[in-house]
Design a protein around this ligand. Structure first.
Ligand code: GLA
Ligand code: ZN
Length: 666
């Protein structure tokens, strides 16, 4: 059985804990923290995330006594410590003495000291200081009974354009391209006469210099990802040597565009992410679906249970509107993560800070300080429910459907000029397709185009604009062997260097889809076209691809404009499978009907067979013996739900119903 923390077969419940802010008051506050943690069924705390200046107040002068005490306290109270490396924010002395650790922005201005997440990833001094303190932490706590997991840094992000990073970027390019000739070709530098004749002429992209070479922009993103991978490996090297049995993770941020998380995930032991949906406490179905997509993505990074490592138990301090949660909404958000594969519910933060920018950010323990608050009771409720879910630990999500969300495609589409400026909306489009599948309670993995497709029946790839090497071949094999593939407009335009395919789009997928696209029409916001499919008319907007059939069959025809009568939806049998092409951007109505059709065609598994009322969703997880179905009402109204063999139940506003049954009764 998979356990996030070895030998700890429980759902994790806890969050970021910053006792260093309260050292002066530890006799009262720390004791109270432990009492309250136990009252809230908290069994993990993340400590040390922003503790560097308390651990090393002056260069080389270390103070671990307070952390010893905190970890001892945790162990006494049966709480596992998720121990952080402190690299997410650095002490003032470090920046003052070694200015090279300060980040340089894209305008080549070096930051002053302040904030967080603002160090240079190349700086040998920063790496050395981080390695040193990480080594000391690992040595000191390697045998400590509270140590369960390493929390590496905090929300890796941003980029640095300093001379050290420029040098590493050039090394990365030399290693990848070998010759300037191949770079010039891949980046099409003859355009505007930007041909490079010396490696030192290459600089990171920025507003004051080169920013029109799409190949350069892409490689800079890829390089930045590799910088984080390398920095993570540098951080974890001593931890892996000294505490080989303690897993490592870092907290990710959904679809944060600056790092290819699919790549970063390769070096993580377990995936973890920080989820902060902007719940309105009204009808939150669309947001629920979006959050479900992000959980599916987090789970698919390692294809095993993940950590919901941060969430807010009430209102955040940074969202536009700090709306309080309706009763049961906190439990719903927590159980939704679990329903999609999380084996933890953790918060930012356990105790509210007294000062600083997050002093009004939701926390388990409010400034008032007791267990007699509504939020505390909500947290207790989640903890109580998680404490009864030991048998869920390690449960898998039985996805037969995969949806492609690919960072490289996103980067290329964000850069693409032409089409519809600002309306390319790659992420939103992927989420729209996901929602149509999610609404049917079909479990779905969110993967990128480099992942294995072999285990799925249906592969959905909205706007797969960039086709990376051997991806087309792998999709063809998938369909040949019986898979169903769904592609859309804006597919197969460019290769991995952002160079267009010659000979017609969708480049290497033409044969599989049995068509080629001659032109793409981009519509003004007030324009639409339409097509009829299965006796229903569907409106389309934004994009209409004009295709020529080369073996595919047309299932629907455009009804307007000069291309009325030309194919708007096609299918092409290929080997034992089929490849569908949706040529235009449709509304949700079409996506709903289309994916119901696909689900029936592929006999896709669902969490619940009977249709659910609007705003109610169900997700499924399975262990060797049991099936768990989570039925969730994302609306502020009561809903009547048919839970199959579990019977009919009326769900209150935002209520969650967990059905557990042995496999035989499914
Ligand atoms: C992020 C950070 C936390 C905290 C929260 C507030 O997720 O990791 O340190 O700032 O946001 O929502
Ligand atoms: Zn740098």
């Amino acid at each position: 059985m998979f356990m996030i923390i070895p030998n700890f077969p429980h759902m994790l419940h806890g969050g970021d804990y910053n006792p260093e802010q309260w050292i002066k008051w530890k006799d009262t506050i720390w004791k109270e923290d432990m009492r309250l943690a136990q009252a809230a069924y908290i069994n993990t705390v993340s400590v040390g995330i922003f503790s560097w200046s308390t651990l090393e107040p002056h260069e080389g002068e270390f103070h671990f006594e307070w952390l010893d005490e905190v970890l001892d306290m945790c162990a006494e109270h049966g709480i596992v410590a998720v121990l952080a490396t402190p690299s997410g924010a650095k002490p003032a002395w470090l920046a003052q003495k070694y200015p090279e650790v300060l980040r340089v922005n894209e305008r080549r201005e070096r930051n002053y000291y302040g904030g967080r997440h603002n160090h240079c990833l190349s700086s040998p001094i920063y790496r050395e200081k981080v390695s040193r303190i990480n080594t000391l932490l690992a040595e000191r706590y390697k045998k400590h009974p509270a140590l369960g997991l390493w929390h590496i840094s905090n929300e890796y992000g941003g980029e640095c354009h300093c001379p050290l990073c420029q040098e590493r970027f050039r090394q990365y390019l030399q290693h990848k391209f070998q010759t300037l000739e191949s770079i010039n070709e891949a980046w099409w530098t003859a355009f505007w006469s930007h041909t490079y004749t010396d490696w030192t002429q290459i600089e990171s992209p920025g507003p004051l210099g080169e920013n029109g070479l799409h190949g350069l922009n892409l490689e800079w993103k890829r390089f930045t990802t590799e910088q984080f991978v390398d920095f993570y490996l540098c951080e974890t090297k001593p931890l892996k040597e000294i505490t080989p049995n303690v897993p490592c993770t870092t907290n990710l941020m959904g679809t944060y565009p600056g790092i290819d998380y699919m790549r970063l995930a390769e070096v993580l032991d377990v995936a973890a992410w920080d989820s902060y949906p902007r719940w309105t406490s009204r009808d939150d179905t669309v947001l629920g679906a979006r959050t479900g997509f992000l959980h599916d993505l987090a789970r698919s990074l390692k294809k095993k249970p993940f950590l919901l490592i941060e969430s807010c138990p009430s209102a955040t301090s940074w969202q536009q509107v700090a709306k309080l949660r309706s009763p049961r909404l906190h439990v719903l958000q927590s159980m939704q993560a679990v329903a999609h594969g999380a084996d933890s519910v953790q918060y930012f933060q356990i105790r509210k800070s007294r000062g600083g920018p997050e002093k009004f950010h939701g926390a388990v323990i409010d400034h008032e300080g007791s267990e007699h608050t509504r939020v505390f009771h909500d947290v207790q409720d989640v903890g109580r429910q998680l404490s009864q879910l030991d048998s869920l630990v390690g449960a898998q999500t039985p996805a037969q459907t995969a949806l492609i969300y690919d960072w490289h495609v996103r980067w290329a589409l964000d850069d693409a000029n032409g089409f519809l400026q600002d309306k390319t909306q790659y992420e939103q489009t992927v989420i729209d397709h996901h929602r149509a599948v999610w609404n049917q309670t079909i479990p779905v993995d969110v993967i990128d185009s480099t992942r294995d497709f072999g285990t799925y029946r249906v592969l959905i790839a909205p706007m797969l604009y960039m086709i990376r090497p051997i991806v087309a071949e792998r999709i063809k094999t998938f369909v040949e062997q019986g898979g169903i593939f769904v592609a859309t407009y804006l597919t197969g335009y460019v290769d991995e260097h952002d160079l267009t395919f010659l000979g017609g789009f969708p480049g290497p997928l033409k044969e599989l889809l049995g068509l080629w696209c001659e032109e793409l029409d981009s519509l003004f916001p007030d324009m639409e076209n339409s097509f009829e499919w299965q006796k229903k008319t569907y409106k389309v907007h934004d994009f209409c691809e004009l295709v020529h059939l080369r073996g595919a069959t047309s299932l629907a025809l455009y009804e307007k404009d000069f291309y009325a009568g030309r194919p708007a939806l096609t299918v092409h049998p290929y080997g034992k499978g089929k490849a569908y092409f949706i040529a235009s951007r449709t509304g949700d109505d079409f996506l709903e009907s289309f994916y119901q059709y696909i689900a029936a065609e592929a006999s896709l598994n669902k969490a619940l067979q009977s249709p659910l009322p609007e705003g109610v969703n169900a997700q499924i997880r399975v262990t060797g013996t049991d099936t768990f179905i989570f039925v969730m009402n994302f609306t502020h109204e009561k809903k009547t739900v048919d839970g199959g063999s579990a019977g009919i139940k009326i769900l209150d506003a935002f209520e969650t119903w967990i059905i557990k049954k042995p496999h035989s009764s499914c």
